[in-house]
Design a protein around this ligand. Sequence first.
Ligand code: HEC
Length: 214
Amino acid sequence: MRSPYKDEFPIEKHAFEFLETETIMKPHLKHFLAISILAAIAGCGGDNNDAATISDAASSRVGPPLDPVLVAQGKEIFRTDTFGDEAFWTDTLHMNTVIASAVDPTTALSVGLKVDAEALPPAVVQGIQNGSISLTAPATTVALLKLNAVIGVKGTVETINGVDTLTRVGITCALCHSTVDDSFAPGIGKRLDGWPNRDLNPGAIIALSPALPK
Ligand code: HEC
Protein backbone atom coordinates (compact mmCIF):
# COMPACT_ATOMS: atom_id res chain seq x y z
CA MET A 1 0.00 0.00 0.00
CA ARG A 2 1.44 3.40 -0.91
CA SER A 3 1.02 6.46 1.23
CA PRO A 4 -1.61 8.87 -0.05
CA TYR A 5 0.39 11.53 1.80
CA LYS A 6 3.51 10.86 -0.20
CA ASP A 7 3.38 14.13 -2.11
CA GLU A 8 2.45 16.12 0.96
CA PHE A 9 4.94 14.46 3.26
CA PRO A 10 7.86 13.46 1.11
CA ILE A 11 10.00 12.14 3.93
CA GLU A 12 12.34 10.25 1.60
CA LYS A 13 13.28 13.23 -0.51
CA HIS A 14 13.83 15.67 2.33
CA ALA A 15 15.41 13.11 4.58
CA PHE A 16 18.11 12.30 2.10
CA GLU A 17 18.79 15.93 1.26
CA PHE A 18 19.28 16.43 4.97
CA LEU A 19 21.70 13.52 5.23
CA GLU A 20 23.86 15.03 2.54
CA THR A 21 24.47 18.12 4.67
CA GLU A 22 27.61 16.51 6.13
CA THR A 23 29.29 19.68 7.23
CA ILE A 24 26.62 20.71 9.71
CA MET A 25 25.89 17.29 11.20
CA LYS A 26 27.86 15.32 13.71
CA PRO A 27 28.66 11.84 12.37
CA HIS A 28 26.79 9.96 15.11
CA LEU A 29 23.68 12.04 14.57
CA LYS A 30 23.94 11.47 10.88
CA HIS A 31 24.18 7.73 11.44
CA PHE A 32 21.26 7.76 13.84
CA LEU A 33 19.08 9.75 11.49
CA ALA A 34 20.04 7.51 8.64
CA ILE A 35 18.88 4.36 10.36
CA SER A 36 15.77 6.00 11.80
CA ILE A 37 14.74 7.38 8.49
CA LEU A 38 15.45 4.13 6.72
CA ALA A 39 13.20 2.53 9.30
CA ALA A 40 10.49 5.05 8.57
CA ILE A 41 10.78 4.46 4.87
CA ALA A 42 11.04 0.69 5.15
CA GLY A 43 8.00 0.74 7.42
CA CYS A 44 5.81 2.45 4.84
CA GLY A 45 3.32 -0.07 3.61
CA GLY A 46 3.48 -2.47 6.51
CA ASP A 47 5.45 -5.25 8.04
CA ASN A 48 4.53 -8.38 6.22
CA ASN A 49 6.58 -7.63 3.16
CA ASP A 50 9.64 -5.90 4.54
CA ALA A 51 11.86 -7.23 1.79
CA ALA A 52 9.54 -5.80 -0.83
CA THR A 53 9.28 -2.41 0.85
CA ILE A 54 13.02 -2.21 1.37
CA SER A 55 13.59 -2.86 -2.31
CA ASP A 56 10.80 -0.39 -3.22
CA ALA A 57 12.57 2.23 -1.17
CA ALA A 58 15.90 1.20 -2.61
CA SER A 59 14.72 1.61 -6.17
CA SER A 60 13.64 5.22 -5.60
CA ARG A 61 16.66 6.36 -3.64
CA VAL A 62 20.20 7.31 -4.46
CA GLY A 63 23.12 5.57 -2.77
CA PRO A 64 24.34 2.12 -1.80
CA PRO A 65 21.89 -0.77 -1.17
CA LEU A 66 20.20 -0.81 2.22
CA ASP A 67 21.52 -3.23 4.82
CA PRO A 68 18.44 -5.12 6.08
CA VAL A 69 20.03 -5.56 9.52
CA LEU A 70 20.53 -1.83 9.87
CA VAL A 71 17.01 -1.20 8.60
CA ALA A 72 15.62 -3.59 11.23
CA GLN A 73 17.59 -1.83 13.96
CA GLY A 74 16.39 1.55 12.76
CA LYS A 75 12.80 0.36 12.76
CA GLU A 76 13.17 -0.84 16.32
CA ILE A 77 14.66 2.51 17.39
CA PHE A 78 11.96 4.42 15.53
CA ARG A 79 9.20 2.42 17.19
CA THR A 80 10.52 1.88 20.70
CA ASP A 81 13.42 4.17 21.67
CA THR A 82 12.41 7.08 23.90
CA PHE A 83 15.99 8.43 24.17
CA GLY A 84 15.26 8.77 27.87
CA ASP A 85 12.42 11.26 27.42
CA GLU A 86 10.70 9.66 30.43
CA ALA A 87 12.60 12.42 32.26
CA PHE A 88 10.06 14.84 30.78
CA TRP A 89 6.90 12.75 30.37
CA THR A 90 7.23 10.98 33.74
CA ASP A 91 9.47 12.96 36.07
CA THR A 92 8.20 16.41 35.04
CA LEU A 93 4.68 15.90 33.67
CA HIS A 94 3.74 12.77 35.70
CA MET A 95 1.79 11.46 32.72
CA ASN A 96 2.07 7.93 34.13
CA THR A 97 -0.15 8.81 37.08
CA VAL A 98 -2.83 10.55 35.03
CA ILE A 99 -2.87 7.78 32.43
CA ALA A 100 -3.35 5.15 35.13
CA SER A 101 -6.10 7.09 36.89
CA ALA A 102 -7.97 8.97 34.17
CA VAL A 103 -7.00 8.07 30.59
CA ASP A 104 -9.20 5.23 29.41
CA PRO A 105 -8.70 3.97 25.83
CA THR A 106 -11.64 6.04 24.56
CA THR A 107 -9.96 9.21 25.88
CA ALA A 108 -6.60 8.11 24.48
CA LEU A 109 -8.14 7.57 21.03
CA SER A 110 -9.93 10.93 21.26
CA VAL A 111 -6.59 12.77 21.58
CA GLY A 112 -5.28 10.95 18.53
CA LEU A 113 -3.33 8.06 20.03
CA LYS A 114 -3.37 4.90 17.90
CA VAL A 115 -3.53 1.25 18.87
CA ASP A 116 -1.57 -1.46 17.06
CA ALA A 117 -4.13 -4.22 16.49
CA GLU A 118 -1.37 -6.71 15.68
CA ALA A 119 0.07 -6.33 19.20
CA LEU A 120 -3.22 -7.51 20.71
CA PRO A 121 -3.49 -11.20 21.61
CA PRO A 122 -6.66 -12.95 20.33
CA ALA A 123 -8.22 -12.96 23.82
CA VAL A 124 -7.92 -9.18 24.04
CA VAL A 125 -9.35 -8.71 20.54
CA GLN A 126 -12.27 -10.92 21.51
CA GLY A 127 -12.73 -9.07 24.81
CA ILE A 128 -12.90 -5.71 23.05
CA GLN A 129 -15.37 -7.09 20.51
CA ASN A 130 -17.70 -8.65 23.06
CA GLY A 131 -17.41 -5.78 25.52
CA SER A 132 -15.87 -7.80 28.36
CA ILE A 133 -12.79 -5.56 28.16
CA SER A 134 -13.84 -2.02 28.96
CA LEU A 135 -12.67 0.81 26.75
CA THR A 136 -13.70 3.27 29.44
CA ALA A 137 -11.42 1.87 32.16
CA PRO A 138 -7.94 3.41 32.60
CA ALA A 139 -6.66 -0.05 33.62
CA THR A 140 -7.28 -1.13 30.02
CA THR A 141 -4.92 1.62 28.83
CA VAL A 142 -2.26 0.29 31.22
CA ALA A 143 -2.86 -3.22 29.85
CA LEU A 144 -2.47 -1.91 26.28
CA LEU A 145 0.77 -0.14 27.23
CA LYS A 146 2.04 -3.37 28.79
CA LEU A 147 1.38 -5.08 25.45
CA ASN A 148 3.31 -2.31 23.62
CA ALA A 149 0.11 -1.68 21.71
CA VAL A 150 -0.15 2.11 22.02
CA ILE A 151 1.81 3.44 19.08
CA GLY A 152 4.70 5.72 20.02
CA VAL A 153 4.03 5.52 23.75
CA LYS A 154 6.40 3.38 25.77
CA GLY A 155 5.17 2.43 29.20
CA THR A 156 6.99 0.54 31.92
CA VAL A 157 4.46 -1.56 33.81
CA GLU A 158 5.57 -3.14 37.08
CA THR A 159 3.63 -5.35 39.43
CA ILE A 160 3.32 -3.52 42.74
CA ASN A 161 1.31 -5.24 45.51
CA GLY A 162 -0.09 -7.58 42.89
CA VAL A 163 -1.36 -4.72 40.70
CA ASP A 164 -0.03 -3.75 37.27
CA THR A 165 1.30 -0.23 37.82
CA LEU A 166 2.48 2.22 35.17
CA THR A 167 5.75 3.49 36.65
CA ARG A 168 7.36 5.19 33.63
CA VAL A 169 6.11 6.58 30.36
CA GLY A 170 7.93 8.10 27.39
CA ILE A 171 7.34 8.71 23.69
CA THR A 172 9.07 7.54 20.51
CA CYS A 173 9.33 8.79 16.93
CA ALA A 174 6.31 6.65 16.05
CA LEU A 175 3.98 8.83 18.14
CA CYS A 176 3.99 11.49 15.44
CA HIS A 177 5.42 9.62 12.47
CA SER A 178 3.19 6.51 12.46
CA THR A 179 -0.51 5.90 12.25
CA VAL A 180 -2.76 2.86 11.71
CA ASP A 181 -5.04 1.74 8.88
CA ASP A 182 -8.20 1.73 11.10
CA SER A 183 -8.84 -1.87 10.01
CA PHE A 184 -10.12 -2.94 13.45
CA ALA A 185 -11.88 0.28 14.48
CA PRO A 186 -11.18 4.00 14.12
CA GLY A 187 -7.71 4.51 15.62
CA ILE A 188 -7.07 0.76 15.94
CA GLY A 189 -5.42 -1.22 13.17
CA LYS A 190 -2.23 -2.23 11.47
CA ARG A 191 0.79 0.03 11.98
CA LEU A 192 1.75 2.34 9.17
CA ASP A 193 5.24 3.64 9.96
CA GLY A 194 6.37 6.81 8.25
CA TRP A 195 2.84 8.15 7.85
CA PRO A 196 2.01 11.31 9.79
CA ASN A 197 -0.48 10.99 12.61
CA ARG A 198 -2.85 13.74 11.59
CA ASP A 199 -5.22 13.17 14.51
CA LEU A 200 -2.67 13.67 17.26
CA ASN A 201 -3.52 16.52 19.60
CA PRO A 202 -0.31 17.18 21.57
CA GLY A 203 -1.85 20.17 23.36
CA ALA A 204 -4.74 18.08 24.66
CA ILE A 205 -2.35 15.31 25.69
CA ILE A 206 -0.01 17.61 27.61
CA ALA A 207 -3.02 19.41 29.17
CA LEU A 208 -3.94 16.09 30.83
CA SER A 209 -0.80 16.41 32.98
CA PRO A 210 -1.50 16.78 36.70
CA ALA A 211 1.69 18.88 36.95
CA LEU A 212 0.12 21.75 35.00
CA PRO A 213 -2.17 24.37 36.55
CA LYS A 214 -5.80 23.95 35.53
C1 HEC B 1 5.97 15.19 18.91
C2 HEC B 1 5.87 14.77 17.52
C3 HEC B 1 7.14 14.26 16.83
C4 HEC B 1 8.03 13.30 17.29
C5 HEC B 1 7.97 12.51 18.57
C6 HEC B 1 9.03 13.17 16.24
N1 HEC B 1 8.75 14.01 15.20
FE1 HEC B 1 9.79 14.15 13.46
N2 HEC B 1 8.55 15.64 12.85
C7 HEC B 1 7.43 16.07 13.53
C8 HEC B 1 6.79 17.11 12.76
C9 HEC B 1 5.50 17.83 13.16
C10 HEC B 1 7.57 17.30 11.60
C11 HEC B 1 7.33 18.26 10.46
C12 HEC B 1 7.99 19.57 10.80
C13 HEC B 1 7.75 20.57 9.69
O1 HEC B 1 7.82 20.20 8.51
O2 HEC B 1 7.51 21.73 10.00
C14 HEC B 1 8.67 16.35 11.68
C15 HEC B 1 9.67 16.21 10.73
C16 HEC B 1 10.58 15.18 10.71
C17 HEC B 1 11.49 14.91 9.61
C18 HEC B 1 11.58 15.70 8.35
C19 HEC B 1 10.62 15.14 7.34
C20 HEC B 1 10.68 15.85 6.00
O3 HEC B 1 9.85 15.55 5.15
O4 HEC B 1 11.53 16.71 5.80
C21 HEC B 1 12.23 13.81 9.97
C22 HEC B 1 13.31 13.12 9.15
C23 HEC B 1 11.80 13.43 11.30
N3 HEC B 1 10.79 14.27 11.72
C24 HEC B 1 12.32 12.35 12.00
C25 HEC B 1 11.98 12.06 13.31
C26 HEC B 1 12.64 11.05 14.11
C27 HEC B 1 13.77 10.17 13.61
C28 HEC B 1 12.03 11.05 15.33
C29 HEC B 1 12.36 10.21 16.57
C30 HEC B 1 13.72 10.36 17.07
C31 HEC B 1 10.98 12.07 15.28
N4 HEC B 1 11.00 12.65 14.05
C32 HEC B 1 10.12 12.32 16.31
C33 HEC B 1 6.96 15.60 14.72
C34 HEC B 1 7.60 14.68 15.52
